[in-house]
Design a protein around this ligand. Structure first.
Ligand code: NAD
Length: 474
């Protein structure tokens, strides 16, 4: 069988590429090893974790009503089967939708594992009826969108069902009495939040000296303070896990670090120490595609690999491993294949950690500015001065702009607080449009909303903030 465009991988990047290419008139074959479309994001990542984080948030808000507003409910009974079923329903609805969208566009979906025979053909492995006779597919172009897999260092790899990765944690088999999360990054903190609200005693161990390495410290601080309470102070920084041994009724964990040293026992351990590109065992050595030492496929700003027919997008094509980066790279790859002058040229790829409070940032960060010696000024607006934040009792938030001193252009933005992930979209647009701080402060923001903090932070920069908060700069 021959196709104009083969897309290998049916995740957030792959299906976006396939649908767009079909809309543009290309004849497309989408190859996905799993029975359902959606990839990590939909089947075992972004979407199921957000469904569970929603449950965690409601439980937390109810607790808050009792603690602060004198409104009491009885202790919640958690029917874990129903929670799991509801999460599955969200996934199957969306995955079913993708199947329909593919059908409507006449994208041929083949359920198989694709392995490169050379730069022009894939061998299709599997037994599904969708595999063409001969199990071989030749193509004019191919977009590689095979994503990433949880990293499992050899010292943590275990046959034990008590040691899980993010996929196992999202399966939500039960609520363990105690859970140790190894890795204080995106996954560790999001899943730790879910399990803690469902009733598990959660501990987090992080190798470096702070949670979410790479994020600005002033944004992490309010989250860390809240997590200290949720995890009952069991956040161990600068700490290594030496070994994990399943002792039958618990996992024995050996810690080495200033805050924790010695042996502890946990009902379950979640290993969330990063992800690795899914580029092994797919025959890339039979093509001219080049990879770096970590296995990421090398490509240029047009998503071209070293092999002229093959493009790469999403997690397999490099960091940040974020679904929204994948879908935008998909657009670039398809446009370049169509002969359009596109390239991936973004000033801001937003990052959101969906904890409570959420942390979001876009464009330049203060950590990056310090590291790369980039001149910038900051304008901060603490949410304690926001009427809306006071009304909802979430005054720990902070909104921050990073500004180019000469031009007053906004270079970056960081937000911590509930809903930060939604608020950051305005900053992304402002950075991409080359806005100056004045553009933000002159735009009327609805009152009373948390979005005003973006405008107020800009006013702080000019020393014109009229709310309770009086800045002392300029
Ligand atoms: P991560 O890179 O965010 O965090 C891994 C953490 O583990 C780091 O803090 C690291 O210092 C720590 N670590 C590494 N080795 C360790 C060890 N031996 N012991 C203790 N700590 C150790 O990785 P992740 O949380 O696994 O997530 C993987 C990727 O998935 C993320 O980088 C992100 O791109 C993506 N993701 C995004 C979202 C989102 O957008 N909200 C959510 C989940 C995952």
């Amino acid at each position: 069988m021959h196709t104009q465009l083969a897309v290998l991988g049916g995740g957030r990047g792959g299906y976006a590429a396939a649908f767009l290419a079909a809309d543009e008139g290309l004849e497309v074959t989408l190859i996905e090893a799993e029975p359902r479309l959606g990839g990590t994001c939909l089947l075992r990542g972004c979407i199921p974790s957000k469904a569970l984080l929603h449950v965690a948030k409601v439980i937390d808000e109810v607790d808050e009503l009792t603690a602060r507003w004198g409104i009491e409910y009885s202790t919640p009974h958690i029917d874990i089967e129903k929670v799991r079923a509801r999460k599955e329903k969200v996934i199957s609805t969306l995955s079913g939708g993708l199947k329909q969208l593919a059908k409507r566009r006449k994208v041929k979906v083949v359920q198989a594992r694709g392995v490169f025979e050379d730069s022009t053909a894939l061998r299709l492995e599997g037994h599904d009826a969708s595999i063409p006779e001969g199990g071989r597919l030749t193509f004019d172009h191919l977009i590689l969108a095979t994503g990433s897999l949880p990293a499992m260092p050899a010292s943590f790899a275990s046959e034990s069902p008590r040691v899980v990765d993010s996929t196992g944690a999202l399966d939500l088999q039960d609520i363990p009495e105690s859970l140790l999360v190894i890795g204080g990054g995106y996954i560790g903190l999001e899943m730790g939040t879910v399990y803690a609200h469902l009733g598990a005693k959660v501990s987090v161990v992080e190798l470096t000296d702070g949670l979410l390495p790479g994020a600005d410290r002033d944004l992490v601080k309010p989250l860390q303070r809240r997590l200290q309470k949720l995890f009952e102070k069991r956040i161990f920084l600068d700490t290594k896990v030496g070994s994990l041994v399943d002792r039958g009724d618990a996992v024995e964990v050996a810690f080495e670090g200033p805050a924790k040293f010695g042996i502890e026992y946990y009902s379950r351990v979640l290993v969330a120490v990063g992800r690795r590109p899914n580029s092994a065992n797919i025959g890339l050595e039979n093509t001219k595609v080049e990879q770096d030492s970590r296995g990421f496929v090398l490509c240029d700003r047009q998503q071209r690999t070293a092999d002229e027919r093959i493009f790469a997008i999403g997690d397999v094509a490099g960091e940040p491993m974020l679904a929204h980066k994948a879908s935008h790279e998909a657009k670039v790859a398809v446009e370049v294949i169509l002969g359009k002058p596109a390239e991936f040229d973004k000033l801001a790829i937003p990052a959101v950690v969906f904890t409570d409070p959420e942390i979001a940032w876009a464009g330049l960060t203060e950590e990056q500015a310090k590291r790369d010696n980039i001149a910038c000024e900051t304008a901060l607006y603490p949410w304690a001065a926001s009427g809306r934040a006071q009304a909802i009792g979430r005054t720990e938030g902070l909104t921050k702009w990073l500004i180019e001193p000469e031009s007053n252009r906004v270079l970056g933005c960081g937000i911590v607080g509930p809903g930060a992930g939604e608020l950051i979209a305005e900053a992304v647009l402002a950075i991409e449009m080359g806005c100056e701080v004045r553009d933000i402060t002159d735009s009327i923001h609805p009152h009373p909303t948390l979005s005003e903090t973006l405008m107020n932070a800009g006013e702080v920069y000019f020393g014109t903030a009229t709310e309770i908060y009086k800045p002392n700069r300029k």
